[in-house]
Design a protein around this ligand. Structure first.
Ligand SMILES: Nc1nc2c(c(=O)[nH]1)N[C@H]1C(S)=C(S)[C@@H](COP(=O)(O)OP(=O)(O)OC[C@H]3O[C@@H](n4cnc5c(=O)[nH]c(N)nc54)[C@H](O)[C@@H]3O)O[C@H]1N2
Ligand SMILES: Nc1nc2c(c(=O)[nH]1)N[C@H]1C(S)=C(S)[C@@H](COP(=O)(O)OP(=O)(O)OC[C@H]3O[C@@H](n4cnc5c(=O)[nH]c(N)nc54)[C@H](O)[C@@H]3O)O[C@H]1N2
Ligand code: SF4
Ligand SMILES: [Mo]
Length: 722
């Protein structure tokens, strides 16, 4: 028996795990790591099932190559040669990539995603971000100058939390890395704070709150505009940060009095006014909006309003308000003012954001003929057939590709269309560091988990992605992946040496390279980033990879601290409260004020034991409450005379689904979780618990115009008897 300590890679909460391995390297037990200073022993059912997931017999051990109607296991050399044959003839502009959600949870995705994109030589870059948080990137980019300058609620110190469209008791939190989110919410109430949830469903999170406010789906921007309007109207504005555009915001929101907003969002005007007063009078307060407010028609407007209110109430960048973390691998850098729409998608002319095009238009780019039509696709850790809006259409168009390669441990709804599948090694065979998520943590913290088990001759996912990048850039299937790391390290160290900043032990990049520690490319690159980072040994601190390895339970780097002046990278050097693009988009919001709501709208939901489109093959996690049912208010069931099933129809398609009547959901709203629809899956447990894909109903033709984000919440539907 051996005990290893690792960060759980399954969600944004980054819990420390204590894993007991038997002599054969199998997981005997998983517990929360009580010595982790951040998660303090917290664990959820997914983390506890990590062993089942890692040892799932349906996980691919060897690469697969399509062979007629079936699959053939091949050696890694053969697989990379097949990729070279398939990809090389297709020019960069006709290639596309989809980077799925787990890339935010792997070192490989974080370190090799960008080089792979560059090597492909294409602007057809798609990811889960435009099915998720792109509105937040765009609003923060415009307001603070950088799309990753995202303030997070200071959960452990706030006196008042207004949470919209998030359900951390199921999701464990997002864009707010906080292990034991439930415990932190209870502590907020325990210290006399107030916690309000806005959601069309009375969720487990809402049940924990002081107050739950039902809202009509897709209309959070109206509620928030009404709150901001009230702050101005009642003279409750206290801006404490250097900001531009205050008068413009006041003017632009003049047309959104609480009474008009109440009609649009279904929240009483008195409640809107009271929430504004409570936010203004609380000693400290934080407004936090997540997936329910992002994947919506007015996604960017809602995200902008969230932070406008945080600024207007004096809560941006102060303890107890919303604050900017300082992650250990933060790179200093020249930051240019943020802009979107530097190029547009070929077929629909949708603007780029963060260098990406909306996943809602991936099918158009594959299907629409003409110059620049996508002929080759790479997917890494993604299952867009189940997770993209109208993924069913994607399922239909993927066979039209000339070549597709997927990096994924499973043969699933998306990878079944690939010509080559390259499976990454097991979780326990991979090192882990949360490059992305620690930038959204409610405490500054760092932890590195080296691989717990040897690779046994398989390439690491880092090597897989590096080799793909080298093939894509024409260096061939035999190129040495370490060369890519050395190139990147050299650039990083050269830039550091040239800048002369910090306390570098040498100004010779080669000498600096010689001082780095690490057993492989990802570790060396992590070490360089840590040493050069804000707590780094080469920057006046003591952080490095060896230092993290000396602290296997993780290192607490202190509470969040105000840091706005040094962080702002807008052209004006101020917080931009009234970006022109956002004010222009208010026209849509104004136009919607008098609009009639559809009879039914569809929203999503998450279940604690699920994770987007995967984990449905892990026996202990499926079944029970984790089922793909349509939640509907009992009054609607009676009114429509429904039995135990109903047909749901949208502009995109229709599904016959089992009903789960519950008065926790508003009348006129129905909810289906996403990521299901495993009929005929090669994964045995998932096939037996197939469910239905809600993304057969979501409409890829509708996006949030500023971010290109998919609209999953507030989808108009018709419900009829089967
Ligand atoms: N209707 C609706 N649709 C939604 C949402 C919604 O709320 N409603 N939510 C959206 C959101 S927020 C997101 S983030 C997306 C997520 O959608 P995707 O980006 O498609 O991500 P997942 O569904 O998590 O898919 C994970 C894939 O990665 C593979 N995988 C797991 N671990 C690894 C690994 O270590 N390496 C590699 N290479 N592969 C791995 C899994 O086998 C699986 O195929 O879905 C979106 N779709
Ligand atoms: N167990 C589990 N955890 C996960 C995931 C998972 O699939 N399962 N996925 C991970 C991913 S990729 C992400 S992005 C995060 C997301 O994390 P969260 O944002 O917390 O996501 P959800 O749990 O779906 O909560 C969204 C809530 O928004 C509500 N909602 C829907 N429409 C609206 C609306 O128009 N307005 C308002 N105010 N509310 C609305 C829904 O009823 C739901 O309760 O979770 C992550 N964690
Ligand atoms: S909350 Fe998230 S990080 Fe923590 S154990 Fe569960 S899945 Fe893992
Ligand atoms: Mo997500």
């Amino acid at each position: 028996m051996e005990t290893v300590h690792r960060t759980c890679p399954l969600c944004e909460a980054v819990c420390g795990l204590k894993i007991t391995l038997d002599d054969a390297g199998r997981v005997a037990e998983v517990r929360g790591d009580r010595e982790d200073p951040f998660s303090k022993g917290f664990i959820c059912p997914k983390g506890a099932s990590l062993g089942h997931l890692d040892e799932d017999p349906d996980r691919l051990e060897a690469p697969l190559v399509r062979d007629g109607g079936g699959w053939r296991e091949v050696s890694w050399e053969e697989a990379f040669a097949a990729v070279e044959r398939g990809l090389s003839p297709i020019p960069g502009p006709s290639r596309a990539i989809y980077l799925g959600n787990p890339n935010a949870h792997t070192m490989a995705g974080s370190l090799y995603g960008a080089p792979l994109v560059r090597a492909l030589g294409t602007r057809n870059v798609f990811s889960a971000s435009t099915a998720d948080q792109m509105p937040k990137h765009v609003s923060c980019g415009l307001m603070f100058g950088h799309p990753l300058s995202i303030p997070v609620p200071d959960l452990d110190r706030t006196d008042y939390l207004l949470m919209l469209g998030a359900n951390p008791l199921e999701s464990n939190g997002s864009l707010c890395t906080a292990p034991d989110f439930p415990g932190r919410l209870k502590a907020l109430r325990g210290r006399g704070g107030r916690f309000v949830v806005v959601d069309p469903r009375r969720t487990r999170t809402a049940s924990l709150a002081d107050e739950h406010v039902f809202i009509r789906p897709g209309t959070d921007a109206y509620l928030l505009a009404g709150i901001a309007h009230t702050l101005f109207a009642e003279d409750l504005v206290t801006v404490t940060v250097p900001a531009a555009g205050l008068a413009e915001v006041a003017g632009a929101l003049a047309d959104f009095p609480p009474a008009a907003c109440a009609q649009a969002c279904g929240v009483d005007a008195e409640v809107i006014v009271r929430l504004a007063r409570e936010l203004a009078s609380a000693p400290t307060a934080a407004v936090y909006g997540r997936i329910g407010t992002c994947t919506a028609e007015f996604g960017t407007l809602a995200q902008w309003l969230v932070d406008v209110i945080n600024v207007l109430t004096g809560n941006l960048d102060r303890p107890g308000g919303v604050m900017f973390p300082r992650p250990a691998t933060e790179r200093p850098g020249r930051r240019r003012p943020y802009r979107t729409g530097r190029w547009h998608s070929r077929v629909r002319g949708l603007p780029e954001a963060n260098g990406e095009l909306p996943v809602a238009t991936l099918a158009d780019e594959i299907e629409g003929s003409g110059e620049g039509q996508v002929r080759a696709l790479i997917t890494v850790a993604g299952n867009p057939v189940l997770s993209a809006p109208n993924g069913t259409r994607l399922d239909r168009v993927l066979p039209g590709l000339e070549f597709m390669v997927s990096v994924d441990p499973y043969l699933n709804e998306t990878t079944r269309h690939a010509d080559v599948i390259l499976p990454p090694p097991r979780i326990l065979q991979s090192g882990h560091f949360d490059f992305a998520l620690l930038g959204f943590a409610v405490r500054n913290y760092a932890r590195y988990s080296p691989a717990a088990l040897p690779l046994d001759g398989r390439p690491s996912e880092a090597e897989i992605l590096a080799r793909l990048a080298m093939i894509a850039s024409g260096q061939g299937a035999d190129a040495e992946p370490a060369l890519l790391d050395e190139l990147i390290l050299d650039q990083m160290l050269r830039a550091a040496a040239d800048s002369g900043a910090g306390t570098l032990p040498s100004h010779d990049p080669a000498e600096l390279r010689g001082l780095l520690d690490g057993a492989n490319g990802p570790e060396l690159r992590l070490d360089a980033m840590l040493r050069l980072g804000p707590y780094g040994e080469w920057n006046g601190g003591n952080l490095s990879l060896p230092e993290l390895l000396r602290h296997p339970h993780g290192l607490d780097l202190g509470p969040l601290e105000p840091r706005l002046p040094g962080l702002l990278s807008t052209a004006s050097g101020l917080v931009e409260l009234a970006p022109a693009a956002v004010l222009d988009d208010l026209v849509r919001l104004r136009a919607g004020l008098g609009r009639r709501a559809p009879e039914f709208v569809l929203i999503g939901r998450r279940h604690l034991r699920s994770n987007n489109s995967w984990l449905h093959n892990v026996g202990p996690l499926v079944g029970g409450s984790n089922r793909c049912t349509l939640q509907i208010n009992p009054a609607d069931v009676t009114r429509l005379g429904l039995g135990d099933k109903a047909v749901v129809r949208s502009a995109a398609g229709e599904l016959a689904v089992p009903l789960e009547p519950t008065d926790s959901i508003m009348p006129g709203v129905v909810s289906l979780p996403h990521g299901w629809g495993h009929d005929g899956s090669a994964q045995a447990v998932a096939a037996r618990n197939a469910g239905f894909s809600v993304n057969a109903l979501t409409d890829e033709t509708v996006v949030d115009p500023l971010s290109g984000n998919a609209v999953f919440n507030g989808v108009p539907v018709v419900i009829v008897c089967p």
